[in-house]
Design a protein around this ligand. Structure first.
Ligand SMILES: Cc1cc2nc3c(=O)[nH]c(=O)nc-3n(C[C@H](O)[C@H](O)[C@H](O)COP(=O)(O)OP(=O)(O)OC[C@H]3O[C@@H](n4cnc5c(N)ncnc54)[C@H](O)[C@@H]3O)c2cc1C
Length: 396
């Protein structure tokens, strides 16, 4: 890895939360940065995300390296949000709301007891609440509630405010941010070194370093040698945005139910999601998914039926074969990945930007990033999933 790179020679492909945060952090470190976004900034998957910062509620014993990365990012969030808000002069919508995981019936309650044990065994801060205790915290919870877990450290951010602030902070730090600029090809020299990028209109930008942060569309970028590619597949998520005409206060925590969740924005707006569907690049919004999400949440928070629906949308989570992100350099000198963040891209924005910007200026790869090296997909070690028609409501 080069220890130093010339100024103005990092091109970031993709203006979602990940690319924008990398551009900001890299510019802050004195690098000359050009970010290329084919559409408008923050209008890819990041625009659809709920914005839960929930490593504990989503922890799985089989995904410990990801849990540690998620936790490191959550720990960095308060400082990151303050600094970003200061640097951009904008509100970033960071809400210290905490999370309740609710059980509606006996089956849910049994599953929740197992979830509690697993989290306690991992040393995660979770507490068990009787239904009456949960309802004291959130009076809008249905009387039929059986049991709840409180995850006091799992919070939320508004991804749309986050990306808007990252654009402003990036510009103020001196990054060059270009919308409407689509990269067709990464140009690699015969000496296996990045030499530039070619846009779809034929324009060529010379650069020594390219960071691929194109989310689920990263795979379409040409010119990347086979051994430096990362397979990424779309995992569709349908999600609703609603508001309460009578103002804030229906719920103040994120409330998660077996297959769905409601996230408060703190001002009477709510996000309710989300499905997990393997259907390729389909972003159609369906009646069945909307119905199921609403039904499940209304069963636990009946007052949701009074909310006004503002938007129903679908986004595509960028998922690698092992569902963990690809962060770091490749076997091609100057070619970096920061993509494949699946359900956790908003949560992982601060730590991903910190890792990539640090390594671009010659810092060592932090230990906790080792498991996410893009090289694990080299030599076709893993194949992109082609499963279709699976509807699994759950998760971010
Ligand atoms: C329903 C749903 C709910 C979610 N909830 C959460 C949550 O609660 N918490 C959480 O942490 N995560 C959540 N996520 C996941 C999160 O949205 C993603 O992991 C994250 O947004 C990925 O960010 P990104 O910057 O990599 O991708 P994107 O936001 O998709 O940005 C990639 C950008 O690259 C651009 N691009 C692509 N190719 C090119 C090219 N060739 N040239 C130029 N530009 C290009 C695209 O136009 C796009 O703007 C959710 C996702 C969904 C769908």
């Amino acid at each position: 890895l080069p220890n130093r790179i010339r100024k103005s020679d990092v091109v970031v492909i993709g203006g979602g939360a990940i690319g924008l945060a990398i551009a900001w952090r890299a510019a802050q470190r004195g690098l000359g940065v050009t970010l290329l976004e084919r559409g408008r900034f923050g209008e890819g998957t990041s625009r659809v995300a709920a914005g839960m910062l929930a490593p504990i509620a989503e922890a799985r014993p089989t995904e410990q390296p990801l849990l540690h990365l998620n936790q490191a990012s959550v720990k960095a969030y308060p400082g990151f949000a303050d600094e970003l808000s200061e640097a951009s002069g904008m509100d970033v919508g960071y809400l210290r709301c905490g999370t309740l995981v609710a059980a509606r019936d006996r089956d849910d309650a049994e599953a929740l007891e197992r979830e509690l044990e697993m989290r306690l065994a991992l040393g995660l801060p979770v507490s068990r609440l009787r239904a009456s205790e949960a309802r004291r915290l959130e009076p809008a919870l249905a009387p039929s509630l059986r049991l709840a877990l409180e995850v006091a450290d799992d919070h939320a951010i508004d991804p749309r405010l986050l990306t808007a602030a990252l654009v402003e902070a990036g510009l103020r730090a001196g990054a060059r941010l270009r919308a409407g600029a689509e990269v067709a090809t990464v140009e690699v020299s015969p000496r296996n070194r990045v030499s530039g990028v070619r846009l779809t209109d034929g324009e060529v930008l010379e650069t020594e370093h390219v960071v691929i942060a194109g989310g689920v569309w990263s795979e379409a970028i040409e010119g990347i040698p086979h051994e430096a590619r990362v397979p990424i597949r779309p995992v569709k998520g349908q999600i609703l945005r609603l508001h309460d005409p009578s103002g804030a206060g229906l719920v103040s925590h994120i409330v998660r139910i077996a297959g769905s969740y409601i996230v408060p924005r703190g001002d009477g707006r709510y996000v309710l999601g989300a499905t997990m569907e393997e259907r390729g690049f389909d972003t159609a919004v369906t009646a069945g998914a909307t119905f199921e999400l609403l039904r499940e949440v209304i069963e636990v928070v009946p007052g949701v039926s009074e909310l006004v629906i503002d938007e129903v949308s679908a986004g595509l989570r960028p998922a690698t074969p092992d569902n963990a992100p690809a962060i770091g350099p490749t076997s091609v000198h100057g070619l970096w990945w920061a993509a494949g963040h699946h359900r956790n891209g908003i949560l992982l924005t601060p730590i991903t930007a910190e890792i990539v910007a640090g390594m671009l200026v010659g810092e060592q790869r932090p230990e906790l990033a080792a498991a996410f090296a893009p090289a694990r997909f080299a030599r076709g070690a893993a194949q992109s999933s082609t499963r279709r028609d699976r509807l699994m409501p759950v998760g971010a």
